[in-house]
Design a protein around this ligand. Structure first.
Ligand code: ASP
Length: 394
């Protein structure tokens, strides 16, 4: 258990205590549920600004508009494409395996019906302040992207703005880490309230959920990405994995793509022979926006929560889950539990209640470690493919 941090250990203890406590004194845990809600509120508080700054900052860090032109578009297209494939894998599995933890007593929430018009209009902010106020993730990402590109175009005169948001991003990351320290307490009250209301059946259902996410991640890591690596870069996936393995392993133990980045860069340049120009652009960008594992997990988790409320999402609603899961993973920072924070957006987009998060919190630490190593492996595969494209061009 040495690879687990203090917060992780405390979370495990919190789960055990809350499950036992809630079985013994259910009414006490029900009356304390406000503390779980407080934790959710704190998570929600940082989502909108953090998504904005993390996307904006990863763009302006490029510093140079020419690099964006040469490498940027195809990197973005590649990242979005592979993240999409990953979510698709997750959605196919979840439809096939249908994991759920029946919340017998929960009142089923009313899902938002899907509307193409709303989706298209929803891509663009009508009013920036309103988008922030309502935590509308898609328009926030759109604004971060276009503003980031504009800042690159302006050049050095816009540097104060970049520095301002870089500083804000750092401060928000510290704030988020601070909130995440409260995870053991949050878990204690949220899990306790659920067990007090529903008994042990939700926990049993979690096995199916963990199994589905794990299987999906495995397929993406061991089938989809190796296939792409072979097709686009003519590289032997097994040998490539062995040469860069330190980075995904470190990602597993830190649950943070950003904390792993120095090692990811090192193995890419030193062991895999990727050119420093490509590694220096593709990997830092990837560590904040390319999160295949996170996206798959968010989609499966949203579907699992819907199933647990006894709801079935139709095809169009699942398309909405697909889109928001991809974007929520783009907006997630590369720190532990960031995916859990942006999960709120996927749930909100289809109208699922945030309390559903209480259900999956109990196993989130473990899945965080898994999905983070998938994220980092995805970045390394991307770097290799983009490097080989550029080499072919000469
Ligand atoms: N911990 C993940 C990462 O750093 C993000 C997540 O929570 O899914 O890549």
């Amino acid at each position: 258990m040495k690879f687990l941090s203090r917060v992780e250990n405390q979370t495990l203890v919190a789960i055990l205590l809350s499950v036992t406590g809630a079985l013994l004194w259910p009414s006490l845990f029900l009356s304390l549920s406000i503390f779980g809600d407080l934790f959710l509120r704190l998570l929600k508080m940082v989502v909108a600004p953090l998504i904005f700054t993390s996307v904006f900052v990863s763009l302006v860090r490029i510093r140079n508009f020419r690099v964006l032109e040469r490498l940027g578009w195809r990197t973005m297209a590649y990242y979005l494409g592979t993240t999409g494939l990953s979510v698709l894998t997750g959605l196919l599995l979840v439809n096939l395996l249908h994991p759920s933890a029946p919340l017998l007593h929960g009142k089923p929430p009313a899902l938002h019906p899907f509307s193409l018009r709303d989706l298209l209009l929803g891509l663009f902010p009508e009013n920036i302040v309103q988008s922030f106020a309502r935590t509308e993730v898609i328009p926030i990402i759109f604004l971060a992207l276009v503003l980031g590109i504009s800042v690159l175009r302006v050049g050095h005169r816009a540097e104060p703005l970049s520095r301002f948001f870089e500083a804000l991003n750092e401060a928000l990351l510290i704030l988020t880490r601070g909130i995440i320290r409260f995870t053991p307490l949050g878990v204690f009250f949220l899990v306790g309230a659920i067990i007090a209301r529903e008994g042990l059946s939700p926990l049993r259902g979690l096995l199916g959920y963990v199994g589905t996410v794990t299987l999906g991640l495995f397929l993406h890591v061991a089938v989809t990405l190796p296939l792409l690596l072979y097709l686009f870069a003519r590289t032997q996936p097994g040998a490539y994995f062995l040469s860069v393995r330190e980075a995904p392993l470190l990602a597993f133990s830190t649950a943070s793509s950003s904390a792993t980045l120095p090692v990811t860069l090192e193995v890419a340049e030193e062991k895999a022979g990727i050119s420093p120009e490509v590694a220096g652009f593709v990997l830092p960008l990837g560590s904040t926006i390319n999160m295949d594992g996170t996206a798959l997990y968010e989609a499966v988790a949203a579907m699992f929560i819907a199933h647990s409320y006894g709801l079935k999402l139709d095809l169009l609603q699942q398309i909405l889950v697909f889109i928001t899961a991809v974007l929520a993973s783009v907006g997630a920072a590369g720190i532990p539990s960031a995916g859990l924070v942006t999960m709120t957006l996927v749930l909100q987009s289809v109208g699922l209640p945030l309390e559903g998060l209480g259900l999956i919190l109990a196993v989130d630490r473990f899945l965080d470690m898994l999905r983070t190593s998938v994220n980092v492996w995805g970045d390394l595969v991307g770097a290799k493919i983009i490097d080989s494209w550029l080499r072919k061009e000469g």
